[in-house]
Design a protein around this ligand. Sequence first.
Ligand code: PLP
Length: 445
Amino acid sequence: MTNIAKSRLTQAQLDAHWMAYTGNRQFKKDPRIITAASGHYYTDLDGRKIFDGLSGLWTCGLGHSVPAINEAVAEQVKTLDYSPAFQFGHEKSFLLAEQITQFMPEGLNRIFFTGSGSESVDTALKVARAYWRKKGMGTKTKFIGRAKGYHGASVSGFSVGGIPANRTLYGQGLESYHLPHTQVPGTEFSKGMAEQGKERAEDLINLITMHDASNIAAVIVEPMSGSAGVIVPPQGYLKRLREICDQHNILLIFDEVITAFGRMGAKTGADAFGVVPDAITMAKQVTNGVIPMGAVAFKQEIYDTFMDTGGQDYMLEIPHGYTYSAHPIACAAGLASLGEIKKQGLIERVSNMSAAWENSVHQLKGASSMITDIRNYGFAAGITIAPMGNEPAKRPFQIAMAMWDKGYYVRYGADTIQLAPPFTTEQSEIDSVINALGETIKQQS
Ligand SMILES: Cc1ncc(COP(=O)(O)O)c(C=O)c1O
């Protein structure tokens, strides 16, 4: 593999690309180059078929090279490749915004488009601060995130995020404080939502006592943490966060960049867990990963606050947005992607198959003493691997590399292996990836 990959790319070419969230030195010694993707499989430079065990980066729930999306994109490029995002519009953004509202909880019906998950988080946080200022409460500027949370790579994202490795290099961020994560000892190998852990929401009261609600703009959490290794909320936890936010006049933002549009076997994490936040950030699955796009759904009252205080109607109600907000090609991809999710009944499919998925994933328990926890929800699972000395990330890396060699792409991050297959995955494919993973972990033991 290695030599062929190297024979197609020169060292200078490999060196020229500073790759994102990648061990560049290791990768460039042993490049893993993907050349094509179709359905649930990638093809690599050697022509090998590789099962996509994480739907890209939680992006491609519909699988790859979906004809309806490809055709919509091709048609859009021919018709309207770009139109200015500011002061002028094109039809598809309005159609897509309305489509997105159909996936959102009732009342979250005002959609702001961005170019990525990180921009969606930035947008939600900026709007939260500006909203309170518009309400005459300009001191409400601090944010509360959660340990192990991931909210993107921007300055605001690392500030509210709670994965230490993503924060340590970057110095001062936005003023943010963190709730504890919800991986409570004793809940290992819980299926779905753990029974214990709800009490960790009470820490929000301590943070409010410390900083005062008059200084706090918003709490931001992923309803289910993806990047930290599929941390499912304990029963009643999100509901309790909602109650505390309501009692203290603090906005609650759900970061649903991973969980929106089907991954949970529900329209959103909010829908799956029965809690309605004030804003939902989304990206990834909205275009099935085909074109970068993100969005934030806001409660109408937030939108109305800006409209009501916007001054003359030709003036901007909020000086915020991106050159690629509501990009016409992304909107075309989004309409086709959401249309296919509905047409193929994929949310129902994930919901119906999630018990089988849960069973399959939990069969790994006992495959090796290195597996210290397994968590799952919808079509997602996280497997914690015991650290190798003081190197918790090493074994997951070795396991993922061995899986790649066997023809399976799985994600490794910190001390976990993460799985999130396409929504259309067959049981035989689930069996195949789980068996291969069990075997691989045993071999690494
Ligand atoms: C919950 C969450 N928020 C934000 C982001 C950042 O999205 P992007 O990488 O598109 O900027 C991610 C990416 O994985 C995510 O999982």
